[in-house]
Design a binder for this molecule. Structure first.
Ligand SMILES: [Zn+2]
Length: 297
């Protein structure tokens, strides 16, 4: 994850009338604003040669550029060998003594919507035949979403098949743009969903995301727990690819998460938090003392 730019969109440039429309704790300085503009320009350059979802190079953007782009390659989970290879890995990890569970990340579509590689197209053809569906944009969309959920759930089932007591974790990333907060549809015991990203999000949006994560956490699976994810990177340690977040900014984001109702937190990168005394102190304010009983739930 560290090598990649974020999969979420940057805030759109604000309409400059006065400061009145801006949330009071937005806290973005002029210097930070310039940095965001630079990041956006860099993303435009990256996208020109970027292959999104199996389609031929330079055929994806149709003159539309996103504010952000995923620049690392992902395996296509539609290929049967991917699940097979992951199961082998999971089995090997689960054989270690004392392993309590497995945490996943980076399961999704490189273009945030779908994949058009030969393995995906083959699976889609089979899907339509099996369900007696005519290939339509609607069927394609449903296929893309359903297979994303099913793949995640197949991983959970496999972990529980090896050890029913083992816990499964996931962080929803890259984003699935048609439904960014789909994590409650997964059987994961603890599903991290982005409430606050590495870039500046409006605290009201953070609060709303946190509320959705918490309110819908058991909508589909009674054992699932929704976890609010917050991104924090020290830009100095990541080639200045991420904007600087002050302790006050981090505090306003954690407060918005708390206000939204989420009571569990996932953070990346933890080392950057721990290596910055001021940021670590802010996180500490919001954490309760570790209680082993809670982990056994
Ligand atoms: Zn594919």
């Amino acid at each position: 994850m560290k090598e990649c730019l974020s999969s979420k969109v940057l805030p759109k440039p604000e309409k400059q009338k006065s400061g009145a429309d801006r949330p009071e704790n937005w806290q973005v300085t002029e210097k930070q604003k310039k940095q965001i503009e630079e990041l956006q320009k860099r993303n435009f350059k990256l996208q020109q040669a970027y292959q999104w979802g199996g389609e031929p190079e330079r055929k994806h953007t149709k003159n539309i550029f996103n504010d952000e782009v995923l620049i690392c390659d992902l395996l296509c989970f539609h290929h049967p060998l991917v699940l097979e290879a992951l199961k082998k890995k999971i089995k090997a990890y689960m054989e270690y003594e004392g392993i309590a569970g497995i945490a996943f990340d980076a399961i999704g579509y490189q273009n945030y919507y779908d994949c058009k590689c030969p393995a995906s197209l083959k699976l889609y053809k089979e899907y339509c035949e099996k369900n007696k569906l005519k290939p339509t944009p609607k069927a394609w969309k449903e296929f893309s979403f359903k297979t994303l959920i099913d793949f995640n759930n197949a991983l959970v089932d496999y972990v529980h098949q090896l050890n029913p007591q083992a816990k499964t974790f996931n962080h929803i990333w890259p984003v699935y743009l048609p439904e960014p907060l789909y994590g409650n549809r997964l059987k994961m015991d603890f599903c991290g969903q982005t409430a606050a990203w590495y870039f500046y999000w409006d605290p009201l949006r953070i609060e709303q995301y946190s509320r959705k994560i918490s309110v819908s956490q058991k909508k589909y699976w009674p054992n699932a727990n929704g976890v609010a994810f917050i991104g924090y990177f020290d830009p100095m340690k990541h080639d200045m690819q991420f904007p600087y977040k002050s302790p006050a900014k981090v505090e306003s984001e954690l407060r918005a998460i708390l206000k939204g109702g989420s009571r569990m937190l996932m953070v990346c990168g933890l080392a950057d938090v721990l290596n910055n005394q001021d940021i670590a102190a802010v996180f500490k304010k919001f954490m309760k003392v570790n209680n082993k009983k809670d982990l056994k739930q």
